[in-house]
Design a protein around this ligand. Sequence first.
Ligand SMILES: Cc1cc2nc3c(=O)[nH]c(=O)nc-3n(C[C@H](O)[C@H](O)[C@H](O)COP(=O)(O)OP(=O)(O)OC[C@H]3O[C@@H](n4cnc5c(N)ncnc54)[C@H](O)[C@@H]3O)c2cc1C
Length: 333
Amino acid sequence: MIIRDNADLKKYTTFGVAASAERLVEYRGKDDLRDYFASHPASEGYYVIGGGSNILFGGDYRGTLLHPLYDREAIAVSRKDGCAYVRVDAGFEWDDLVGLCVDNGWFGLENLSAIPGTAGASAVQNIGAYGAEAKDFIESVEVYDPFGDECRTMSGAECGFGYRDSVFKRRRELIVTAVTYRLSETFVPSLEYADLKARVEAEGEPTAASVRSVIKRVRASKLPDPKEIGSGGSFFKNPVVDAGVADALSARYPSMPRYDAAGGVKIPAGWLIDTAGWKGYRCGDAGVYDKQALVLVNYGSADGVQIKDLADRITTDVRAKFGIELVPEIIIL
Ligand SMILES: Cc1cc2nc3c(=O)[nH]c(=O)nc-3n(C[C@H](O)[C@H](O)[C@H](O)COP(=O)(O)OP(=O)(O)OC[C@H]3O[C@@H](n4cnc5c(N)ncnc54)[C@H](O)[C@@H]3O)c2cc1C
């Protein structure tokens, strides 16, 4: 365990903005956590940061951040009835896990290739892409609650998974320490996205490896590589509006994409931002990615305030032009 006061956070988020934390605790597994909380009361407060790929620091963080360290050995696999049960520590890097599963013939996660972050956050966020969601494969989640010094295992059903949502977003006291995924030993391609299907089939009979490599290529062509350009992926959620609102907009913009969704009609936030004219906009080192308007980027030295300011300007403009309220998907601390 490494404990540092006044820690520099620039390398701890994919946005790469300058900020510091009053205290940063880097730990390995739940034993380290128990040691830490044995001498630091949970009531002093804490916040877990994984790969920092969905977090923007709007300034210095006044408090304690807990960061699970990556241990490539922290994996255990058992097999039963044609399934592999793969258990990893929360700090396991998500895309390494996906690669490892594909290489070993444990199938299901391949559509979630190249999503930045940690396994622990895959459960918190219920990450999703190309028609797959982490919840479809999560067998159980191990958590530690420092308030009662209690460790327990929650079944997938207990995790309250929803769209990019789980019970862990509300029960902030719970620290995810490990996740077990239930993966099939038989590959069944999940190619409900027409574009993905066409690209994969163009390479021959689909395999998990071909799905993974196509997805990695497509994502690399659309999204900034956090190692080169700072970002947090999609900055805003896709708004869901009443059918009447969507119909009025469709009359004004006949080519507007729209999808039926629970509670109304989903309109891609990227389309709204692009149509409002923000794609490729840059103010100093804060900008809107030129290949995907939903992604705000840090070209180098933007700070969290500048990124947040840009997000606010976009929100105001989209509200004025379309009457739609954009809500950040990114967690702003
Ligand atoms: C370029 C790019 C592309 C992306 N594409 C996608 C995509 O296709 N689909 C998608 O769903 N997401 C996507 N994301 C968002 C991001 O990758 C996911 O949200 C990811 O799960 C975040 O993982 P993390 O470890 O970085 O979590 P962080 O950003 O560090 O944390 C996210 C949240 O999880 C909590 N958390 C993290 N670890 C724990 C833990 N062990 N215990 C309790 N709480 C914890 C944090 O407190 C925070 O609330 C993208 C991001 C980027 C930068």
